[in-house]
Write a protein that binds this ligand. Structure first.
Ligand code: FES
Length: 174
């Protein structure tokens, strides 16, 4: 008699446990569906930093290359001309460092002889670029990107457009 009562109690306990498990599973399912529903209402938008930015007025830039860390861009001033070179290595995207040469070096770029005063070196795998961004050593498959620079009409600041690559010969004269 006692063992029958115990068996019945064990059966009740097992049914109760299965009942709770069922409710737990149902709640998990409803929660998952609710999350999927709410997530479907949120658009899949990638929020990125603005691709056009103001860098400052021309007189704020000294002669030579100035590194803008946030945008990973060098603004290069050569007297009254300006251009922008990306600091993102074309191998795997590390940030290149500018190296000022102790003495100007004559190099041939695209069939022309050019006197270089700086180079860009990548610390990750040793790629090297001439001052105009042309790759000449290491695994980098192509030159550093150059971007359009223009003067903002409202306040005369240099405006760089990272969405608009330009040829390495591009110069803004101010
Ligand atoms: S990321 Fe620059 S050489 Fe590899």
């Amino acid at each position: 008699m006692k063992s029958q009562t115990e068996a019945s109690a064990r059966g009740d306990s097992r049914r109760g446990w299965l009942h709770k498990l069922g409710i737990g599973g149902l709640l998990a399912g409803v929660t998952g569906m609710g999350y999927a529903f709410v997530r479907a209402l949120v658009p899949n938008v990638l929020y990125e930093a603005p691709q056009r930015f103001k860098a400052g007025t021309p007189d704020q830039f000294p002669e030579g290359a100035t590194f803008l860390e946030d945008q990973r861009v060098f603004i290069v001033r050569e007297q009254r001309t300006f251009h922008a070179i990306s600091a993102a290595c074309t191998h795997l995207g590390c940030t290149v460092k500018m190296v000022s040469l102790n003495q100007p070096k004559k190099v041939a770029i695209g069939g022309r002889e050019v006197e270089e005063t700086r180079e860009f070196h990548c610390p990750c795998h040793g790629s090297k670029y001439y001052g105009d961004g042309t790759n000449f050593a290491g695994p980098a498959p192509k030159p550093l990107a150059c971007y359009r620079v223009e003067l903002a009409p409202e306040d005369g600041q240099l405006m760089v457009n990272l969405d608009e690559p330009v040829s390495r010969g591009f110069r803004l004269t101010v």
